[in-house]
Design a protein around this ligand. Structure first.
Ligand code: BES
Ligand code: ZN
Length: 883
């Protein structure tokens, strides 16, 4: 258990390290409960100042066995070793060698941070501050060292021994039944990128020839027997490697790249140099076990971790405040990869849906923070949607503002200038300022000011002067610690759409064409004038979601229907449908709460029918257009006094109306898309299945018996997991006899496969019925469930708290009680997991008064519990706003 320290940590307090580490030689003798770690560090004074500083090394839960300096034991009075710190008050004022021996117990490590066991496999997770749980070390990213790792283990227990870099030696330890391997990583790296793995693993091997003609060995290690499920991961890896060469000129640098899949992992995956460790959920796939969505996630995460080799590893972060420097940038890169590999429009719409569902919600609540926070209590809690997803949007805005050529030049300069360094956000942005000659000081506010900018845009056409004036007003709401804000730089991609659906040429009042169709809004209020406009156009604003803002524009329902049918920007076609639906749903929630009935809206139904009818559209796009805004989208739009039951009811009713109204066309498309073809997870196959399943979902929403039996039949005859899981997901929303039968069948079919049983847990947790809470509680006692495995906890309990707004927000507060009690039970074992689960309550303030009070009471009970981890303490304090 960690002790609570006097924190917070502040960006402004950053000081360069007093001591640097040049090399690390680790010698790790693996043992299930008593692993011995010998670390030999060559230290030298930092360039910090003249006075020799004390040497203070981080530790966590360590027991020091011995300490030697330049080959001699350090006398007891010259150092202090506690479980979380090793201090040598007066080290020699020169370079020296320090040898530290510690002993750790990987089997007792339930936090899954540091060295732990996943099943019978030994593995490590060091980001952000896990290396200090292995040995005493200056565990901060600006201390970069060259590592050599010797691992020794029982030959039968751990026949495979891996670490970062290249294998330099391996052999038997004579007369002991043990063996060893020595790995050397020539690239200096921060301790958070260290990794080591030992165990009985099978591997799939392939090769990649880099653009300069070097051959790289690629290996994916998995549990023996799972090798056939690595095909997609290996294929994704090779495509990602090629893409980084073409899109960014980045080549891989070591002779070998390894991925290890483990079953117990707090996150999705980790980019350790040359040795990525993955949650097996994001490696293993076959048509029978994984959905199209799983295939997409695997591809994106494999790419993401691989891309970190340049954005994160070769250039790392100076300190953890700069986390977005590697995460936001790498998310941007993986989004671009997916856009190039699949459909750019569909990728953008999916990314924006994710951004709004997670980041906008975070930005609107008590956990709002800037993309680069200025202060933290617990860094684990800052791997957030804001750092990742808004961080990616900020990089995308740089590209939109400067244009693709300057963006690429800026990236090239960043790689050239900072390779091998631990860099800052300022240094990153400076590269773009330098290549483009653009002043980016105001742009830096995207990193420092939290909150989602609100932009009100009003356009007016003047036929007499043939001008179109667009008035834009921006504001940024207050967020915790930031009561007032400065105006932002907002790249607003715009088009003026003429009656024939074509864009009118955009000429500014000074006679120049608008470069790339992007307006740059800088003032709190600004007016842009376009000259020589021959007809009254419909404005298409924030095309491609060029800025992560909340936009309110004076568009009528007719304008929106027109854009839905004609805009050349596919994102805004989709957005127009969403806006129409959201307006209607918000009205209907109010009507239902007032005891009235929901309205229908012919405009929305016509727009949907037209899109469904438009044979030129990508079926994946049509599927997204048919998906009504989620409950969280509706709640966000309502903003306060939210009644989740009314939100659910309004959305469910509208789904049924759409299903009834379009039933003929939906059945036709369903049948048209049903012809048998072999399953392939490529863009075309994914798109067909997405549309077919979207049609099925709307039809089942009507509860027509023919639709229900269609779903039941699809469940039975599906030859792939995508169609089977989609049919079950749609059936499981309704209390029909087919549901219970299909759920039982699903478990019986897949009971041997934990990753599929996770889907079964999630589907049941998402059922929008009062019995669900008891069902979820009962499932925690199911033999397939375990609180020790993060995937199980997320698939059952996080799914309940995050994907079932109606039942989690039960009016009696029992949902909050269950989740907060689970948080308290998890916290002593796995505080990271507990803290993430607790963040499901982050929107409690927008609820109607009864639920708000119940949620607050549940949070207060957490806050009052004894011995909270720093992780949960931080989240509960900020969520309650009592920090
Ligand atoms: N570096 C992170 C993994 C990580 C996060 C380790 C937090 C320790 C603490 C990795 O690159 C990452 O971002 N993984 C994501 C997936 C990615 C596609 C956004 C994850 O694990 O969810
Ligand atoms: Zn990452």
């Amino acid at each position: 258990m960690r002790t609570e320290e006097a924190r917070p940590i502040r960006l402004e307090d950053y000081r360069p390290p007093d001591w640097l580490v040049e090399t690390v030689e680790l010698d790790v003798a693996l043992d299930p409960t008593a692993t011995r770690v010998r670390a030999a560090l060559t230290l030298k004074p930092g360039s910090n100042g003249a006075a020799p500083a004390p040497l203070v090394l981080d530790g966590e839960g360590l027991i020091l066995k011995s300490l030697m300096l330049d080959g001699a034991a350090v006398p007891a009075e010259q150092y202090v070793a506690t479980s979380d710190r090793l201090t040598i008050a007066q080290p020699p004022p020169r370079a020296f060698r320090l040898e530290i021996e510690t002993e750790i117990d990987p089997s007792a490590n339930t936090q899954l941070l540091g060295l732990y066991r996943s099943g019978r496999i030994y593995c490590t997770q060091c980001e952000a501050e896990g290396f200090r749980r292995i040995t005493y070390f200056p565990d901060r990213p600006d201390v970069m060292a060259v590592y050599t790792t010797r691992i020794e283990a029982d030959k039968t227990d751990a026949p495979v021994l891996l670490a970062n870099g290249n294998l330099v030696e391996a052999g038997d330890v004579p007369g002991s039944g043990r063996h060893f391997a020595v790995w050397h990583d020539p690239f200096p790296k921060p301790s958070y990128l260290f990794a080591l793995v030992g165990g009985n693993l099978a591997c799939v091997e392939d090769r990649f020839r880099t653009m300069s003609g070097r051959d790289v060995t690629l290996r994916i290690y998995v549990e023996p027997g799972k090798e056939p499920r690595c095909v997609h991961a290996m294929d994704s890896l090779k495509r990602a490697m090629r893409w980084d060469e073409t899109a960014f000129g980045r080549e891989y640098d070591l002779d070998i790249f390894m991925i290890v899949a483990v079953s117990d992992f707090n996150m999705g995956a980790m980019e350790n140099k040359g040795l990525n460790v993955f949650n097996d959920k994001y490696v293993l796939a076959s048509p029978e076990t994984a959905t199209d969505n799983d295939y997409e996630r695997i591809e994106a995460i494999i790419a993401h971790e691989y891309f970190h080799n340049w954005t994160g590893n070769r250039i790392t972060c100076r300190d953890w405040f700069q986390l977005c420097l590697k995460e936001g940038l790498t998310v941007f890169r993986d989004q671009e990869f997916s856009a190039d590999e699949r459909s750019r429009a569909v990728e953008r719409i999916s990314d924006v849906r994710g951004l709004r569902a997670h980041q906008f919600v975070e930005d609107a609540g008590p956990l709002a923070h800037p993309v680069r926070p200025a202060l933290y209590h617990e860094i684990n809690n800052f791997y957030t949607a804001t750092v990742y997803e808004k961080g990616a949007e900020v990089v995308r805005m740089l590209k939109t503002l400067l244009g693709p050529d300057n963006f690429r030049k800026g990236m090239d300069l960043y790689f050239a200038r900072h390779d091998g360094e631990a860099a800052t956000v300022e240094q990153f942005v400076q590269c773009f300022a330098d290549v483009s000659g653009t002043e980016l000081a105001q742009f830096m506010r995207w990193y420092s000011q939290a909150g989602t900018p609100e932009v009100i845009a009003a356009g007016r056409y003047d036929a007499r002067t043939r001008t179109y004036r667009l008035e834009v007003v921006q504001s940024l709401p207050p967020t915790p610690g930031q009561p007032s804000k400065e105006p932002m730089v907002i790249p607003l991609a715009v088009g003026l759409v003429g009656r024939d659906g074509r864009d009118l040429p955009l000429t500014l009042a000074d006679g120049r064409p608008l470069a790339r169709g992007v307006l740059t809004v800088k003032q709190p209020s600004e007016t842009f004038e376009f000259a020589d406009i021959g007809e009254a156009p419909v404005p298409s604003l924030n095309r491609g979601f060029s800025a992560p803002i909340k936009l309110v524009a004076n568009l009528t329902a007719d304008d929106l229907r027109f854009l839905a049918a004609r805009d050349c920007d596919p994102f805004n076609r989709w957005q127009a449908v969403q806006t129409l639906a959201t307006r209607l749903l918000v009205d209907n929630v109010a009507a239902l709460r007032a005891g009235g009935a929901a309205h229908r809206d012919a405009g929305l139904l016509d727009a949907l029918a037209a899109i469904l009818d438009d044979g030129a559209l990508d079926p994946a796009f049509v599927a997204l257009a048919l998906t009504l805004p989620g409950e969280a989208d509706i709640a966000r739009e309502i903003g306060r006094d939210v009644d989740p039951d009314a939100v659910f009811a309004a959305r469910a009713a509208l789904r049924a109306v759409v299903g009834e109204h379009l039933a003929g066309a939906l059945f036709d498309h369903y049948r048209r898309l049903s012809e048998a073809r072999p399953y392939r997870p490529d863009a075309a196959g994914v798109a067909r299945r997405a549309l077919r399943n979207a049609c099925l979902d709307l039809l089942v929403a009507t509860r027509r018996p023919d639709a229900i039996s269609l779903a039941a039949r699809q469940y039975q005859v599906a030859d792939n997991m995508t169609d089977r899981a989609a049919a079950l997901a749609t059936l499981s929303l309704y209390d029909v006899p087919e549901r219970a039968a299909a759920l039982d069948d699903f478990y019986a079919r897949y009971r041997g496969d934990p990753l599929i049983v996770d889907k079964w847990f999630t589907l049941q947790a998402a059922i929008p019925e009062p019995a669900t809470l008891d069902r979820v509680k009962a499932l925690t006692a199911h033999s397939a469930f375990s609180f020790a495995n993060p995937n199980r906890v997320r698939s059952l309990i996080s799914a309940f708290a995050m994907a079932n707004q109606k039942e989690f927000n039960r009016a009696d507060g029992a949902g909050y009680d269950f989740v907060t009690e689970t948080v308290l039970a998890l916290d002593p074992k796995n505080p990271q997991l507990a803290a993430r689960l607790l963040s499901a309550l982050k929107s409690w303030r927008v609820l109607e008064p009864t639920r708000r009070a119940l949620a607050q009471a549940a949070l207060r009970r957490v806050a009052a519990a004894p011995a909270l981890s720093p992780d949960v303490r931080d989240i509960v304090a900020r969520t309650l706003g009592e920090d």
